[in-house]
Design a protein around this ligand. Sequence first.
Ligand SMILES: Cc1cc2nc3c(=O)[nH]c(=O)nc-3n(C[C@H](O)[C@H](O)[C@H](O)COP(=O)(O)OP(=O)(O)OC[C@H]3O[C@@H](n4cnc5c(N)ncnc54)[C@H](O)[C@@H]3O)c2cc1C
Length: 633
Amino acid sequence: MRFVAGEYDVCVVGLGHAGSEAALASARLGLSTVGFATNLDAIALMACNPSIGGPAKAQLVREIDALGGQMAINTDKSLLQMRTLNTSKGPAVRSLRAQVDKKLYQMNMKHTLERQENLDIKQAEIVDILVEDNKVTGVVTKLGAIYKCKACIITTGTFLKGRVIIGEVDFESGPSGLFPASELSEALKRLGFKLMRFKTGTPPRVDKRSIDFSKMEIQPGDEVITPFSFMHDKIEIEQMPCWLTYTNEKTHKIIRDNIHRAPLFTGAITGVGVRYCPSIEDKVVKFPHRERHQIFIEPEGRDTYEMYVQGMSSSLPEDVQLEFLRTVPGLENVRVMRPAYAIEYDCIDPTQLKATLESKWIEGLYFAGQVNGTSGYEEAAAQGLMAGINAAMKILNKPPVVLDRSQAYIGILIDDLVTKGTNEPYRMLTSRAEYRLLLRQDNADFRLTEIGKEIGLVTEERYEKFLRKKIQLEKEMRRLSTVMVRPTEEVNNFLISRGSTPLVSGVDLYTLLKRPEVDYKSTKFLDPDRPDDILDSVAEQIDINIKYEGYILKQLRQVEQFKAMENKKIPEDIDYYQISGLSNEAKEKLSKIRPTSVGQASRISGVSPADISVLLIYLQQMRKKKSNESRIS
Ligand SMILES: Cc1cc2nc3c(=O)[nH]c(=O)nc-3n(C[C@H](O)[C@H](O)[C@H](O)COP(=O)(O)OP(=O)(O)OC[C@H]3O[C@@H](n4cnc5c(N)ncnc54)[C@H](O)[C@@H]3O)c2cc1C
């Protein structure tokens, strides 16, 4: 029997990485919010790798932070190790990767959710969504409790109709042995949503005491930790190392000999898997000539012996897993604590959503995270934050917040999902960004803090901290061009010692810093008036802005062209079937996606440049006709 159990502005279904950010954003913007999870002890569960960040994902984490989200702060508070990847490459791909204590991460996130004003969290499985006149009005739990709401955000991750597969065995389950959500998929289908079946997999967890680390290469963290959150200046912890080892021909042979028992190849798995996170059996089959594959052994936490075997995701039978694990140097006597497994789950086709992540035909119903066809904690958290913000903005009658591809990786993520869709789990990559030199992890605060402030999510404390940094940077950038460096013996010895050509005449420090061999910190002795309190993060900005000035200006010019097309808005009620000259495919695709701008229209697959020209002419004619009509009336 159904009964009304409560009324909120916003209901968030799921408290994973997406749901936590969505619930916090909505509550922090002053809306009464309730968050549901099938198990409150699994809030912000890291069901897979014990790490946050890496290429493109670190940019997402920093962007979430700059907008006032929680993931970066939570990561810094749960840190085991921090590494900066790609330090030898350009700043566009430099990225932080944090090894995280999973239990601490969950505990810290639950702690934050429980103490958040305007937010209640509840353990319940949502089985139905209530809709009247194409508007969401509430959710229903398995026990029949109705929670009324003005907006509902679905962030169900890998739980919807979850099915775990390990060799010949499969069973209904969510990740990590949790219950699946078995009924909501049908409710979404009844509301007209097209669902897809995706799959992901995870490696075994093994007992640290059964590993011989002397046969592996230690992977320590950075000497000086760079915090993920712009709110933190420094972090001092005892870092835990990771370890590197490799598979070998013996490993590969066992996998090949048992490939007939691999669900991935027997057809037992029908869900579409993650291209950029292949299972070990996939790697062995697809790259037969590779003699070895890297394996990273990563700690799952400070107070556990569980170690994560990165690179060994699999759904082969448990006996085969044990056999191939014991061929790896250092794992000869390994004891498995949790077997590797694959999980299939339902998710929606994200082209059914607007750029605010709201459904195109049910007002107030939003989707975020893995349920939108993505893979990754960071991708999920970014969507959760934006869905939470936009649900709140709508209820508060404020304009929606849509970041474009030149502003943020978050903008690229959501635009790709709602414009192009995805037919496999979507993972963020730096190669997806047209303007990646502008979208670096180090300048996310300069790109987004002001926007976060305008939204109302950025606190006074964060804003003042940001302003201090911004003012310091601007002042220092101006000052450097006034500092003259003379071709003295000391200066030239310094330059020669760095493999840089000696000066023949005086030059300002700004120009000197354009040289790759010279950086801001090492030139302090040339700059007696330099303030002593320059932040490390400001020093980093100075070096990047000066050294890449030309490339940055070039990308900024490209962004102007991009924005020109983004600003060519398309009326909501346009009927593409009335536009002669458009290809049939374009009419179909444009009518399905309903792009809001010509720029977005140009990114829809199947819409050609010729179609875009036809559309531009049509829009111009419409504008002319309208202005004529208004002049007559
Ligand atoms: C086996 C496995 C392997 C993975 N491998 C990778 C990988 O290799 N690389 C990678 O980047 N990512 C991987 N991930 C993905 C990563 O875990 C997810 O991307 C991330 O957790 C998604 O976050 P989310 O918030 O969308 O969903 P989740 O973190 O899954 O959270 C979903 C939440 O929804 C709740 N929920 C679900 N249905 C209901 C309901 N009906 N009612 C109430 N609450 C509900 C759950 O209780 C949970 O709180 C893997 C995940 C799993 C399970």
